[in-house]
Write a protein that binds this ligand. Structure first.
Ligand code: BG6
Length: 791
């Protein structure tokens, strides 16, 4: 067998010498040579590499490897190699000749034990010695599950590194971890065996021709795009990958990963970074591309649970039960469909929605990145006089069409009313089937280009690996930045029940979604199947807002959603009244989780709110920098401030961070805030103070037994919380009690006990600070949801 290989190598070597000067020998070891990926793409990609490169001075040997014993492995590999095909324009005789050479250079070997790897190394060296070839490098392609990585990596590192002057490249296929923690662990493990520059992590979407064209296209059309590629002109960006297949046959993998880990964290995120990154001067510099990608990750706004919707095709759970032998009662929560709204908080993209969406069992297979531009033109002449396809009033969009769909091929589409693009000669103008409409316009409304020669992503990437083009691969930093972004969302969705969908065309409008104010939601209500319970069906009147008294003050109680909506209405009414009477409205807000829904409600449903005349104050703050996610100000910023137009000078964060230190007594932050209040708020009497109530009876950051803030002259105080971060700044009870109105919002079952207790106690602020809230001349109103009030 080895003699045959050596003869084949010599023949190939002579061929090379005829073509040009010899550049060295490359050994390619395909681990998992008989697996699915190898059969479908990798052997064909290696054959293409051989066709492209063998005539340019390199010689090759291909080692297909697996755990299977030699004879059986050889047979399986021969099967995998049967279907190799040549480019369409190659003469059949040539094709047969090349195939034959390739087959002679490709041998199977079992790689199982450390000795097997040592033998491989010995054989490569012996071949080189025999033929007198100089070694250029070795490529190890890991087409194996990640649990096998460590062993293989150790063996390669200890016995299969090439000699001095030759390179080693190891190619890794996803999954690269399951979340940030596991990805870091795997990366650290691999880092003990390989240098960063030796690792090529594959994201096969980076090898798709339309994706690989994003940066070159932006580069070649800089002039036209420079003024357009920003928040002033882009309406939204959609990055979509729809599939018709489902997860049958691979639920073992899918059950652990789900659609977000499977394709959003990697493929769609990579496309997003290519669209959004600041364009490097040299778009083929791997180092510059990586740096600019990382800048995008840094600017991504953190995802909230409300940033995503998830679905699952109906037969999925049944498939899981069957394939993974789960009991009949098992129901999976793994999403097979997800749409996520992403925002990039930088000057270029602030406010532009990026929508990432993917799903299995949908109505069509298609992938694209679509940049939809705003249309700010008004056409005076009637539509029949508009210049065909050129009118500024027609939709304006740029689409990197990754593949499939009605177009059936990769393409770049540019609306004719945008600009005539320039593409490299490897792309040609294309024509589609007559009458074809894409993204709301006929194909004739676009300049449309497709690759002269279509190439499979893996074959493109193999060529880049061979040429050491690292900009097409995922570095460790890039990978961890992506997991860093996705992990919190994945955790927050872990127990969320996905919406069930029937699959295919039957999905109808069930998965359609909308977005606003940073949130994404299904357009249609879930068609719920109600299981009738005993007793009469509930009537709408059963859910009315309940009005009563709590601690002698008015109480408003309802289910949480209704309660929030009532409170938001009351706040708006108070604001409107205050502005009408005094020209301004001073509102002091608490932090924490209860008011988040209120902030969102105010941000999304209160268009008459007089924000321009509202001053916002903080009831309390944690002693952390204002940019810290723990800071109350950050919560306010994320859920309210960034969605409303409020003058900057009307926003009054607490000065917890002065002289680069946090809440130091000497910096007198509390006194500064008190002075600011006295200067701006008449009589230091807020129009409205929104408070919460802790399970221990605390309110604002006034905790039981607090030595300060419960009485006395001080308006603002530093306090200590029993939970972290311990140090706080807070409005004092005397200041709160000067307010014209105080609203206390209490939500959730966890508050049930304290609600009962506080209903019975008198005025005992030392034990229960909330009991000291009693505005001198203002009004106190309690807002409690049924969970907190009725338990
Ligand atoms: C893979 C995912 O990475 O990409 C699959 O694991 C998905 O679930 C596939 O089907 C889609 O790739 P393509 O090239 O068919 O669009």
């Amino acid at each position: 067998m080895w003699n045959m290989l050596i003869v084949a190598m010599c023949l190939a070597f002579l061929g090379c010498l005829q073509a040009q000067e010899l550049q060295g020998h490359v050994s390619i070891i395909l681990l998992g040579a008989t697996g699915d990926l190898a059969k479908k793409y990798l052997w064909q990609g290696l054959f293409q590499l051989y066709l492209d490169e063998a005539g340019r001075g390199h010689s090759f040997s291909f080692h297909g490897a697996a755990l299977t014993a030699p004879r059986q492995g050889q047979e399986l590999m021969a099967k995998a190699l049967e279907s190799l095909s040549c480019p369409k324009d190659m003469a059949p005789s040539h094709c047969a000749e090349h195939k034959d050479q390739f087959l002679q250079l490709s041998q199977y070997r079992q790689l199982k034990t450390a000795e097997d790897y040592q033998a491989l190394n010995k054989d490569i060296k012996a071949q080189l010695q025999h033929t007198g070839l100089r070694e250029a490098g070795r490529i190890f392609y890991f087409s194996v599950p990640p649990f096998a990585y460590e062993d293989i990596a150790r063996n390669i590192n200890s016995s299969c590194r090439p000699g001095p002057g030759a390179w080693l490249r190891v190619v890794l296929e996803k999954p690269f971890g399951h979340d940030h923690f596991s990805a870091r662990q795997l990366a650290t493990e691999l880092g003990t065996f390989f240098q960063e520059e030796e690792m090529y992590r594959v994201d096969h979407y980076l090898g798709k021709q339309a994706v690989a064209q994003i940066l070159p296209f932006r580069d070649q059309n800089r002039k036209a795009l420079d003024g357009l590629w920003n928040r002033h002109h882009v309406e939204r960006v959609e990055i979509i990958m729809k599939e018709t297949v489902d997860a049958e046959g691979r639920t073992g993998f899918y059950e652990e990963y789900g659609v977000i880990r499977d394709v959003l964290q990697n493929h769609l995120t990579e496309v997003l970074t290519l669209v959004a990154m600041e364009l490097p001067h040299n778009v083929s510099s791997a180092e510059a591309v990586l740096r600019h990608k990382l800048q995008v990750f840094q600017a991504l706004r953190g995802l909230q649970r409300g940033s995503a919707i998830v679905g699952q095709y109906q037969s999925y759970s049944e498939q899981v039960r069957r394939e993974l032998q789960k009991p009949d009662s098992f129901h999976s929560l793994t999403p097979t469909f997800a749409a996520v709204l992403v925002h990039i908080d930088n000057l270029r993209w602030e406010g532009v929605p990026f929508i990432l969406m993917s799903g299995k069992a949908l109505d069509e297979r298609v992938g694209y990145a679509r940049i939809l531009f705003k249309n700010q033109a008004c056409c005076v002449q009637s539509e029949k006089h508009w210049a065909a396809a050129q009118s500024q009033c027609l939709p304006r969009q740029l689409v990197f069409h990754i593949g499939h769909g009605d177009l059936g091929s990769p393409a770049v589409l540019v609306s004719r009313n945008l600009f005539r693009p320039s593409l490299p000669s490897s792309w040609k103008e294309m024509e589609g089937p007559p009458g074809l409409r894409l993204f709301g316009s006929p194909l004739s409304d676009y300049y449309a280009y497709s690759p002269v020669q279509e190439r499979d992503a893996h074959s493109v990437l193999l060529s880049h690996i061979f040429h050491g083009r690292k900009d097409f691969f995922i570095t460790t930093e890039n990978l961890l930045a992506s997991w860093d972004f996705w992990t919190p969302l994945l955790e927050s969705l872990a127990h969320k029940a996905p919406r069930l969908y029937p699959g295919g065309a039957e999905n109808g409008r069930l998965l359609d979604f909308e977005f606003s104010s940073g949130r994404l939601f299904f357009s249609q209500q879930q068609p719920e199947q109600l299981v009738p319970g005993p007793g009469p069906a509930p009537m709408p009147s059963d859910f009315q807002v309940l009005r009563a008294k709590y601690r002698e003050s008015p109480l408003v109680s309802a289910w949480s959603e209704e309660l929030i909506s009532k409170l938001a209405n009351d706040i708006e009414a108070t604001a409107v009244r205050a502005v009408r009477r005094f020209g301004q409205f001073h509102l002091a807000l608490s932090g924490g989780s209860s008011p988040v829904a209120l902030f969102q409600q105010l941000a999304t449903a209160h268009y008459g709110f007089p924000w321009a005349h509202t001053h916002l104050w903080l009831v309390d703050e944690r002693c952390v920098p204002l940019s810290d996610p723990e800071s109350n100000f950050q919560g306010l910023q994320a859920h309210l401030l960034q969605h409303v137009r409020i003058p900057y000078y009307n926003i009054h964060p607490m000065p917890v961070h002065l002289q680069q230190r946090l809440c130091a007594e000497e910096d007198q932050g509390a006194q500064i805030y008190a002075r600011e209040i006295s200067a701006l708020v008449a009589n230091s009497s807020f129009d409205l103070v929104l408070l919460g109530m802790g399970a221990d009876g605390h309110t604002a950051s006034l905790f039981p037994q607090s030595p300060t803030g419960l009485d006395g002259e001080q308006l603002v105080v530093l306090t200590t919380s029993p939970s972290q971060p311990h140090r706080r700044m807070s409005l004092s009870l005397p200041l709160i009690n000067r307010a014209k109105k105080v609203a206390v919002l209490v939500m959730g079952r966890m508050k049930r006990e304290i609600t009962t207790l506080v209903s019975r106690v008198g005025h005992e602020p030392k034990k229960w600070p909330i009991s000291g809230v009693l505005p001198h001349s203002g009004q106190l109103v309690w807002y409690m949801d049924y969970d907190a009030f009725l338990g």
